[in-house]
Design a protein around this ligand. Structure first.
Ligand SMILES: NC(=O)c1ccc[n+]([C@@H]2O[C@H](COP(=O)([O-])OP(=O)(O)OC[C@H]3O[C@@H](n4cnc5c(N)ncnc54)[C@H](O)[C@@H]3O)[C@@H](O)[C@H]2O)c1
Length: 357
C-alpha cells in the first residue's frame, strides 16, 4: 500500500493538529505545507522533523499545488479564505478536507457546492465534533432506537473565549461569518445528523456581554457574540436547543448533549467522556465510560475527533467512498448559522426557506 501524500494549507493551530494526527495514522504522510506566515511554516517544519518525515514548505498554496505530487490536501486557513483557496483545488482530482465552516457566506457556500459537485476526488468538510467518541456512541445508540422517537435535543457548549489567532482574523464577524456560523456550525451539523431531520425555523437570542470588549484592532473593538440560546424547529417535529457560553471556564464539562425521546434519554459529557443511557419504563439509568487513548487525546484539542475523522477520510479515499460530511452538509451548517445570526440581529425567528432552503 503506497502512502497517501497530503499537503496542508494553513499551518496554524488546526493545521498543526491535523499534522500531529496524520502522524498517528498508517498509510499517510504530510509531504508539503503552504502558509504565508513564516512562523507557521517554522512550526510545521518542527512538527515534520519530530515525525521524521521531510516536507517541502511554500509561502503560497498555488505554488505548492503546481510543484508537488499530492493525493490530498487539508485546507485549514482562516474561514474567509476557504472559498478562494478551494476554487483551483476543485478543478483537480485531489481529495480535499476543508476545515469548518465551509465558507463564511451563503453565496460562497453555494458556489463551492457547485464546484464540489463537478470535482472528481473526495470532498470532506471538517466537522470534528461528529467524531468525538462519546458523540459517535450517542449516535449509534440513537440509531439503534435507545430513546424511541427523538423529540428534544439539547446541546450545551460552555467553554473559554476564542483564542488569539494569526493576524487576529477571528476577532471580527466579517472574517469568521459570526460566532453562530464560525463556532456553532459544528452544533447545527450535529443537530441535523442526530435528528436525521432538516431545519425549518431558527430563533436565536445572543449577545457579546463579556469577551474581547477591552481589545482594539486598528481602532475597532471585536464584534464576536459570546453567548447565545438558539432554538431550531425541524421538519419531522423534533426541536433542538443550542446553549453556548464562551466565558465558562468554570465548567466541569465543555460539551454536554441530551437527546430525549418517547422511550428514553441519552446524554454524553466531554471531556468526562461518558455516555448515560436512561430508560423511562421500567426506569433505569446506566453510565458508561467511553475511553479514548491518551496518545490520541494528546494529538489535538478536540477529544480525539481529529484522529477518528482522518481514519474515515483516508478510508473514503482508499475505498472510493463518498464523504461522510459532504459540501452540502457544510453548506447547510453555514445556512443554519446565517439564519441564527440574522435572528439574533433582528429579534425575529428566521424561516430556512427565506434563505432558499
Ligand atoms: N474543527 C475545529 O474544531 C476547529 C478548531 C479550530 C479551528 N478550526 C478552523 O480551522 C481553520 C484555521 O483555524 P486556526 O485556529 O488554525 O487559525 P490560525 O490563525 O491558528 O491558523 C491559520 C493559518 O492559516 C494561514 N493562512 C492565512 N491565509 C492563508 C492562505 N491564503 N494560504 C495559506 N495559509 C494561510 C495563517 O498564516 C495561519 O498560519 C479555520 O477555518 C477554523 O475555523 C476548526
Amino acid at each position: 500500500m503506497n502512502d497517501l501524500r497530503y499537503g496542508v494549507i494553513g499551518a496554524g493551530m488546526m493545521g498543526l493538529e491535523h499534522m500531529r494526527n496524520l502522524r498517528l495514522l498508517e498509510g499517510v504522510r504530510v509531504t508539503a505545507v503552504a502558509d504565508p506566515h513564516a512562523a507557521s511554516r517554522a512550526w510545521a517544519s518542527l512538527a515534520a522533523q519530530e515525525a521524521g518525515d521531510p516536507i517541502s514548505l511554500y509561502a503560497q498554496p498555488r505554488e505548492m499545488l503546481a510543484r508537488e505530487a499530492l493525493d490530498a490536501v487539508i485546507v485549514s486557513t482562516p474561514n474567509a479564505t476557504h472559498a478562494s483557496i478551494l476554487q483551483p483545488i476543485l478543478e483537480t482530482d485531489l481529495h480535499v478536507l476543508v476545515e469548518k465552516p465551509l465558507c463564511t457566506t451563503l453565496d460562497d457556500a453555494r458556489r463551492t457546492v457547485e464546484a464540489a459537485d463537478r470535482h472528481g476526488g473526495v470532498f470532506w468538510v471538517g466537522m470534528e465534533y461528529r467524531y468525538m467518541p462519546p458523540v459517535a456512541r450517542l449516535l449509534e445508540e440513537l440509531r439503534a432506537g435507545a430513546v424511541g422517537r427523538l423529540r428534544m435535543l439539547a446541546i450545551r457548549e460552555h467553554r473559554m473565549p476564542f483564542l488569539p489567532k494569526v493576524g487576529d482574523w477571528n476577532r471580527f464577524a466579517i472574517q469568521t461569518g459570526g460566532t453562530l456560523v464560525e463556532k456553532c456550525c459544528h452544533f447545527f451539523d450535529l443537530m441535523r445528523l442526530l435528528t436525521n431531520e432538516e431545519p425549518v425555523r431558527i430563533y436565536a437570542s445572543a449577545g457579546q456581554d463579556v469577551n474581547h470588549l477591552d481589545e482594539c484592532y486598528d481602532g475597532r473593538v471585536p464584534d464576536i457574540l459570546d453567548n447565545a440560546f438558539t432554538i431550531v424547529d425541524f421538519d419531522g417535529g423534533a426541536r433542538a436547543l443550542l446553549d453556548l457560553c464562551m466565558f465558562a471556564e468554570g465548567s466541569r464539562n465543555r460539551e454536554e448533549i441530551a437527546a430525549t425521546g418517547d422511550a428514553g434519554k441519552l446524554e454524553c459529557f466531554i471531556p468526562d467522556s461518558t455516555l448515560v443511557i436512561g430508560k423511562r419504563n421500567p426506569r433505569s439509568i446506566e453510565s458508561r465510560p467511553i475511553p479514548v487513548e491518551q496518545r490520541i487525546l494528546e494529538a489535538g484539542f478536540h477529544h480525539g475527533s481529529t484522529y477518528y475523522q482522518h481514519v474515515r477520510f483516508q478510508r473514503a479515499i482508499r475505498e472510493g467512498g463518498a464523504a461522510e460530511v459532504s459540501a452540502h452538509d457544510g453548506m447547510l451548517a453555514v445556512a443554519m448559522g446565517v439564519a441564527a445570526e440574522r435572528s439574533a440581529a433582528t429579534g425575529h425567528p428566521v424561516e430556512m426557506r427565506e434563505l432558499g432552503f
